[in-house]
Design a protein. Sequence first.
Length: 200
Amino acid sequence: MKKKCVIIFTEGETEEEFYNVLLDEIKKRYHMQKFSINKLEKRCLKGITKFDNKLLNIYKNDLKIKYKDYEKIIFLCYDTDVFEFTQKPSINWKEVEEKLYELGVNKIYHLSADKCIEDWFLLDIEGILNYLNIKKPKKIIGKNGVEKLEFLFNKGNRLYQKGFATKGFIESLDCSLILDKQYDVFKPLIECLTTNSILV
């Protein structure tokens, strides 16, 4: 049986931190010390600028060579609103997939947050309030998840910056709750990490 490598590309430090916690939660939930794959590689692309070009270059010049004898499964983690409103033209995911498959990738999954990952965080509003040590406002102001988090952080005299790590914040969230509420999004990742018979 061919060895299996899972590669997770995240958009920024916020996503990177979240997926680190999520992976730990999956291990805990499925009573696993190690995932049922041979290798797990995580790469943060440090922002949305040239997201597609950066991931293709990293794969072609590094990961393709490093894992040439492996079955390679890629998970692309990003916010849908970022590409809808800030990139012109938006990324052609079909073209990105075609290039990755040409480079030897075996399977590609999109773990896209609709509209942004902050909407997932807001599913655990109690965890956010406890982290910030504030009471729930009568109304949480903001036209999207990022603005709502910025509003709440401001109430707690803290600063929330999209794409940057916020020490202790992600860890304070109930990742199990988020996993349950967004299970359909994470299902391909869970199945890929937990259903192989080889534990390495």
